[in-house]
Design a protein around this ligand. Structure first.
Ligand code: ASP
Length: 355
């Protein structure tokens, strides 16, 4: 009986093309069985660092706010929080000790989006991203131009580097070796180079938040200080519409956190929304995005001894019907849901089980 189930699983999910890969995928992963939702019921999802953001966003949604107003107000709390070293004020800096922020917003009902990247000295990049959407004919403004644009709209420049973040950066700088992002000439066959991210000194972190409001409209936001100690000017997936977030008001909304480079190469958020349109549940669509990243990667330095993608990327998705789900490449991930009553922490589905 067990054998048949496994075969059916492999056939129907098409999660593998090689025997080695199949053996990894035979490991179970959690699927959240959700009751059939009521259409128009408000819902918000976020990465695991979004408890306060979800509470704020849902409070506003219940008072009748548009989902975009709500999710931006929610993530502003995290951007303002000096203790969250992955977003806004207090975010870990680039390799020169300068905090550079990326953010994007997408508004379902008007099908518009705005984003900023490599923005310095402004602690709420999500607010600036919204202004790009509402007050320009552009979608993405970066660097010096983004700062000038923000100042033109009255944003005040301030130092974003907290002592906590500066001390972490100093520790990294003092231990520089293979822990930066510069690589020597190499091929996709090379394995032993650029051993970044594995040390505790490097880390990712971001907040993504998607919501359905009382009118059944969808919107989303992703905001981050990006990869810690990145090369100045490096832009991850977060501010890229279609990669770090995407929403289609008729279908659903999705976003990501984790290794942005992998997501940039796969434009996962737009893929997740498309897969949901084709009938996949949010969780299935997120898992497909993880699978695609793993399968497409050809660079050996990014794979472990079993050929699995070494790093982690997490996805979060909700659909128009109020279903939700999340998945990460590696087990151990979690996410938050606010269903109108309270914030719940749930385990993300995953592709590979971490030992
Ligand atoms: N995805 C973000 C980036 O690559 C970082 C993160 O989510 O941790 O910039």
């Amino acid at each position: 009986m067990k054998k048949i189930n496994r075969r059916v699983f492999l056939k129907t999910t098409a999660f593998t093309s090689t025997a080695a890969f199949a053996s990894q995928l035979l490991q179970p992963y959690p699927i959240n069985k959700q009751p059939q939702p009521i259409a128009g019921k408000p819902l918000a999802i976020s990465s695991a660092n979004g408890t306060k953001a979800l509470e704020k966003a849902m409070g506003m949604i219940k008072d009748g706010a548009d989902a975009l107003d709500a999710v931006i107000a929610g993530v502003n709390i995290v951007e303002d929080d000096p203790e969250d070293t992955s977003v806004g004020y207090g975010g870990l800096p680039n390799e020169e000790g300068v905090v550079e922020l990326d953010a994007a917003v997408m508004h379902g009902p008007s099908y518009r989006a705005g984003s900023v990247a490599s923005l310095r000295n402004i602690k709420n990049p999500s607010k600036v991203a919204r202004l790009v959407m509402e007050r320009t004919d552009h979608v993405l403004i970066v660097g010096e131009g983004a700062l000038k644009f923000a100042k033109a709209h009255g944003f005040k420049e301030e130092t974003l580097l907290t002592d906590k973040a500066r001390e972490a950066w100093l520790k990294w700088k003092e231990n520089l070796s293979k822990e930066d992002d510069w690589l020597p000439p190499h091929t996709i066959e090379d394995k032993e180079i650029g051993e970044i991210y594995e040390k505790y000194l490097r880390h990712y972190g971001t907040i993504h938040c998607s919501a359905v409001d009382m009118q059944g409209n969808l919107s989303c936001v992703t905001t981050t200080s990006g990869l810690a100690y990145k090369i100045p000017g490096r832009v991850g997936d977060s501010p890229i519409i279609g990669a770090g977030l995407y929403c289609d008001n008729e279908v659903g909304s999705a976003g990501s956190t984790g290794r942005g480079e992998a997501n940039l190469l796969n434009c996962s958020s737009v893929m997740i929304v498309e897969w949901m349109q084709q009938g996949k549940s949010p969780e299935e669509a997120c898992l497909l995005a993880c699978k695609r990243i793993n399968e497409r990667c050809r660079e050996k330095r990014l794979k472990d001894d079993h050929g699995r993608f070494k790093h982690d990327v997490k996805f979060y998705a909700i659909n128009k019907r109020g279903e939700y789900g999340s998945a990460s490449i590696w087990s151990g991930g979690s996410y938050l849901i606010h269903d109108g009553t309270s914030v719940k922490k749930l385990e993300s589905a995953y592709l590979f089980k971490r030992k």
